[in-house]
Ligand binder design. Structure first.
Ligand SMILES: [Zn+2]
Length: 260
């Protein structure tokens, strides 16, 4: 599933189409699900010039000389640029390409096309998306914003559920959340409000380390805990059995020994 690191890669790919004018937009009924109707995408984007890119968490933004365009990639969405030289796709992990999984995109005046490939049909396009529903981006997050996102001391939801809550902190998905808890030595089920100052500090450090290290390695699926992400898996740090639970609605792997 694309998380903030993958979307940041898509943003860098999208940088290659900055300056181009949009000739037409295409969206199937899945990609256009947040619009009134699929043709609304073409009507909104036709003739716009792409002037820049940005990102908030997992939401990729194309700035134009008109409204900002939002691209969401769901569970399996991949951004591709098709040129005369062929597809410049950003596939991460094992991926299969099928033309029928192209849900739509943008035709550009320079004969290139920006395409969204999405087997699971959960990717969405948006026109002038509302950023108020998203918390601050996790990349480059300040400590004060991190503390605000975690919330007040007390009880609160499970730590992992809070990390996944995009309205609190934008960009963390299932694999990054597990890797951050693994590196911080924290049980992902711990009520977030019960973390003490030292645990919050460890969590903040692990967040930064995880984003930097996995960004360098090339994706959310390249974390230290990944090799143990299988039934019967053993912790690569101490050899203890890994546990599997559902936390924050997602399948969660954590070490029975060092994550407390
Ligand atoms: Zn361990």
């Amino acid at each position: 599933m694309p998380e903030v690191l993958e979307i940041e890669s898509y943003r860098r790919l999208a940088e290659t189409v900055v300056g181009a004018r949009i000739l037409a937009g295409h969206a199937d009924r899945y990609l256009a699900k947040k619009l009134d109707q699929p043709v609304a995408w073409d009507r909104a984007v036709r003739g716009l010039r792409i002037t820049g890119t940005s990102r908030r968490g997992k939401l990729l933004l194309l700035e134009t000389d008109g409204p900002t365009l939002g691209l969401r990639f769901g569970m399996t969405g991949v951004l591709m640029v098709e040129s005369q030289a062929g597809l410049d796709a950003l596939f991460y992990g094992p991926h299969e390409y099928r033309a029928e999984w192209i849900r739509g995109g943008l035709d550009l005046e320079d004969s290139r096309r920006l395409l969204i490939h999405d087997p699971r049909r959960l990717a969405r396009v948006e026109i002038a998306p509302d950023l108020d529903e998203l918390g601050p981006d996790v990349i480059g997050l300040a400590r004060a914003d991190f503390d605000a996102a975690l919330g007040a001391r007390g009880e609160g939801p499970a730590l992992k559920a809070r990390l996944l809550d995009q309205s609190r902190l934008a960009g963390i998905g299932n694999l990054l959340a597990d890797e951050i808890c693994f590196r911080a030595g924290l049980d992902p089920r711990t009520p977030v409000g019960r973390l003490d100052a030292a645990q919050r500090q460890a969590l903040f450090r692990a967040l930064g380390q995880t984003l930097r290290t996995l960004g360098r390695r090339g994706g959310s699926h390249l974390g230290d805990h990944m090799e143990a992400r299988t039934p019967g898996g053993l912790c690569p740090r101490d050899g203890a059995p890994m546990r599997i639970a559902t936390v924050g609605g997602r399948t969660t792997y954590y070490c029975s020994a060092h994550q407390r």
